[in-house]
Design a protein around this ligand. Sequence first.
Ligand SMILES: [Zn+2]
Length: 73
Amino acid sequence: MTKCPDCDAEIDLDEDEVEEGEIISCPECDAELEVTQIHPVHLIVISDDEEEEEADEEEGLGKEEEEEEEEAE
Ligand SMILES: [Zn+2]
């Protein structure tokens, strides 16, 4: 029996029916899980960090402004 790493729900997965790298969804919490290993099956949660990437771009613009201040000195 495999457990969801996110919500600990038991997932009835047959290790003969999945492949390494396969993406499945948890039936309980709907998290996207990647099969990283079979025999025994090991799952990891795929983090949805698209929003974080957008935030990094905004931070990059702020750093450019700081560099201009150094030139004035
Ligand atoms: Zn879950």
